[in-house]
Write a protein that binds this ligand. Structure first.
Ligand code: NAG
Ligand code: NAG
Ligand code: NAG
Length: 744
């Protein structure tokens, strides 16, 4: 009952917060990270006190900015100014919030834009960076490393096995210059393009001795054709071209010879950085605890900046020269401080930067020792064991361990409790995993383009008939052909959709009865059991001698995809619920059986959800739902880039085209099973890209059908959910009452 603990905890925390919130209005303890910063802070404290600005400022010392965020969380300090990356970490790990932002020359909240620059004649795009040469301002720098690397990981282009980012980058680009990546821990190719100083010494130093260091250096690396792409900021090209600089290397450079790579795969003029960039870099901001009143902090600083910014006072808030350093407490280029109304770190950072930081959060230090893969059968345990051994032999990280459970649902529960990490799931299970257990997709399967058994659209197929062009709204009273009872394209998706839309309304949860009353007659193979309405089998024809009518086997000639299609083709039914490829597989000479031999695909049409009819070739736009690929599901705290990084590396060795490495990821025959861990028909593990939740993975049409079938009154699992919900609600209300009494 984790909820109960959570309630108790939050009550204790509430009491703590209350005490400290009161204190925090009495003073603001500013966290500083150097002696110079401490001196400036003390001067600021005196200046503010002299001007009667309240609450009083105090200065504390932290070992680093990251240390300061920990101190703030622990109530040892109250405020610190952080850059974007640290705002991300402070927000994500400690729940701290930004309340006051710095403003520079750019628009509010913006430091600058990180861009990727190439030469105009090259046909490089953001999608063709792999294998080319690259120039970076320096290791771990924002525009030169953090943003491009984070962006490439987050978008699924760059994979980092074991979250070893330098290694991943060195394998992604053919060669690079990343000044500062010159210690033994870094792959050699990251320094390969660097130039060193005038005598060729100090190659790859993380300072100006390396001629390709910093913004100007990375751009020079591109301009001199050492690298084919440079990761710099939006102002770099304008600053070093068209005669703007005296540097000899830049004398003849023209800005029009360069262009920017946009995120959507296009390119743009170097002046178009506002719309074509990798990320907007957020301005630095003051962060505080969630319980601190941000308005008070802003008012304090706002009174300060009104008195101590500009001529006439000794203390200057936005100047650090008096202390022999730069950017103390605030960046020296700050023109103004503004209140951050959202007080939300994600909103302050912005989507682009946030995503880059998420990609960058693939960190070897937080990587689990092993990834516990949940499996559900003896055969699957066997294959999982072999997979773990095979991966270990290739030194793939993190290592796999196999955990067995009785059912997929038990796996979901184990993952929710963090007793397991990974499970592969298909359609309806992905829904349960997401909705009930909060799991998210980390990677997906992909099947070959001509594989219609796994990646397909469920469609409603009809005959072309100009005199009777009925639509999806006119299905009532029509005769229907289904692949079989409980099957995805033939039953679950169409019936679920019709129920969700309220077109079929079951009484007393009797779905078969409702379907039999909706259509005038049907063939639903396998609906021949007792207490099923006989109309569901009425159109079925059985085998050649009329036996086995309505059986779920090929003895029923209207069974499965081709059977349901035959039911329509022979005019037994008006509509067939099949997949998009069924019509192509059985017409235009593809099926030589006598009933199909003369059929033409153009004699058939699709019913679209919007009430239109479309040609059978337009299935991508006109379908009932797309059946989703299987996904590798994990706890939301698990780093999905670490999971995908492992599987992507693994498929280099053990994917489909591999031979000679023994183990095969997409083959279960050795283990006497089918579709163990992965589907046998999978050809590749793919990144989730922007489909980060179960809803995005499944898409709304498919979810609608699932929910139609699971209307709470009508399904066992639905009932269970409601009961659980009631139970939780009861427990929570009880706790609240209990707490209120307790506090009195
Ligand atoms: C353009 O791209 C093609 C492949 O996409 C490549 O073969 C060719 O070398 C490229 N041309 C230039 C000038 O980079
Ligand atoms: C760059 O950042 C990584 C990760 O934070 C760190 O391990 C590494 O030491 C840094 N490299 C340099 C040269 O500072
Ligand atoms: C990659 O770099 C090597 C030298 O390090 C070079 O021989 C090769 O042609 C390069 N490949 C590409 C695709 O640029």
């Amino acid at each position: 009952m984790p909820k109960i603990f959570a309630m108790k905890n939050s009550r204790n925390v509430f009491v703590l917060l209350f005490v400290h919130a009161t204190l925090c209005l009495e003073r603001v303890r500013w966290c500083t990270v150097s002696q110079q910063e401490l001196s400036k802070c003390n001067d600021m404290r005196k200046a503010f006190a002299g001007a009667g600005i309240l609450p009083p400022l105090e200065c504390t010392e932290g070992a680093s900015a990251a240390d300061c965020t920990q101190m703030i969380k622990d109530y040892l300090a109250d405020a610190v100014t952080l850059n974007g990356r640290l705002i991300y970490q402070a927000g994500k790990e400690h729940g701290l919030k930004p309340v006051v932002g710095e403003v520079y020359d750019q628009e509010i909240g913006t430091s600058y834009y990180a861009v990727a620059v190439v030469k105009k004649g090259s046909n490089i795009t953001i999608n063709s960076l792999k294998g080319i040469t690259s120039c970076h301002t320096g290791i771990n720098r924002t525009a030169g490393w953090n943003v491009p690397v984070g962006y490439l990981i987050d978008s699924g282009r760059l994979t980092a096995m074991g979250c070893d980012l330098p290694k991943a980058v060195s394998e992604y680009f053919n060669a690079s210059c990343v000044p500062g990546a010159n210690s033994v821990n870094y792959p050699k190719s990251l320094c390969q393009l660097c130039k060193g100083d005038l005598s060729g010494q100090n190659k790859c130093q993380g300072n100006s001795q390396e001629q390709y260091y910093d913004y100007s250096g990375a751009f020079r690396c591109l301009a001199e054709d050492a690298g084919a792409v440079a990761f710099v900021k939006h102002s770099t090209v304008p600053e070093y071209t068209d005669g703007k600089t005296l540097s000899s290397w830049a004398q003849n450079l023209r800005s029009q010879d360069f262009q920017l790579l946009c995120r959507d795969g296009t390119t743009a003029d170097v002046t178009e950085w506002r719309t074509c960039h990798l990320a907007r870099i957020p301005a630095r901001a003051v962060v505080v605890r969630p319980d601190t009143d941000g308005t008070v902090v802003f008012q304090l600083l706002n009174q300060g900046q009104q008195r101590f910014n500009g001529a006439g006072t000794k203390f200057q808030m936005f100047d650090s020269t008096a202390y022999g350093a730069q950017n103390l407490i605030f960046r020296d280029s700050t023109t103004e401080l503004v209140a951050i109304t959202s007080q939300n770190y994600k909103a302050w950072l912005g989507d682009e930067y946030l995503h880059a930081m998420e990609g960058l959060s693939c960190d070897p230090n937080t990587l689990p020792e092993s990834l516990n893969w949940c499996v559900v059968s003896t055969e699957e345990i066997w294959k999982c064991g072999e997979m773990a051994t095979a991966f270990r032999k290739k030194n793939l990280k993190p290592e796999i361990q196999c955990i067995s459970a009785k059912t997929k649902e038990e796996c979901m529960e184990l993952i929710q409790k963090k007793e397991s990490d990974v499970v592969t799931l298909g359609g309806a299970d992905i829904y349960t995993a997401g909705k009930t257990y909060g799991l998210v997709p980390a990677a997906g399967e992909s099947y070959s383009a001509d594989d219609n058994s796994n990646a397909y659209y469920a469609v409603a197929l009809v005959k072309r008939n100009p005199s009777n062009a009925f639509t999806i709204s006119d299905l009532k009273g029509k005769k229907s052909c289904h692949t079989g009872l409980g099957r995805t394209a033939g039953w679950n998706i169409p019936i679920g959709m019709l129920m969700k839309k309220g077109i079929i309304k079951p009484r007393d949860c009797n779905i078969p009865q409702a379907v039999s009353e909706f259509f005038s007659a049907s063939c639903v193979p396998s609906a021949n059991q007792d207490n099923y309405p006989s109309k569901l089998c009425q159109l079925c024809i059985g085998d050649d001698s009329g036996n086995n009518k309505c059986s779920a086997s090929s003895q029923e000639r209207y069974y499965s995809y081709s059977g349901a299609f035959r039911c329509l083709a022979q005019d037994s039914g008006d509509v067939a619920f099949v997949k998009h490829s069924t019509v192509f597989e059985n017409t235009d000479g593809k099926n030589t059986e006598s009933w199909a031999r003369n059929l033409k695909s153009s004699d058939f049409q699709l019913l679209c959800r919007n009430g239109a009819r479309a040609e059978v070739t337009q299935f991508a736009q006109c379908h009932l739902a797309q059946v989703p690929a299987q996904a590798i599901m994990v706890h939301p705290d698990t780093n999905i880039f670490a999971v995908y990084g492992l599987l992507d590396k693994a498929q280099d060795y053990f994917g489909n085209d591999s031979n000679g490495n023994g183990f095969k990821m997409f083959d279960s025959s050795t283990f006497q099973g089918k579709n163990l861990i992965f589907k046998d028909s999978a050809v590749e593990i793919v990144p989730v890209k922007e489909r980060r939740t179960y809803k995005e993975w499944l898409e709304s049409e498919y979810i609608e059908s699932l929910e139609g079938m699971q209307t709470p009154q009508c399904s066992g699992s639905g009932n269970k959910l409601i009961q659980q919900h009631l139970l939780v609600t009861t427990v929570v209300s009880f706790l609240i009452l209990y707490q209120l009494q307790d506090l009195d």
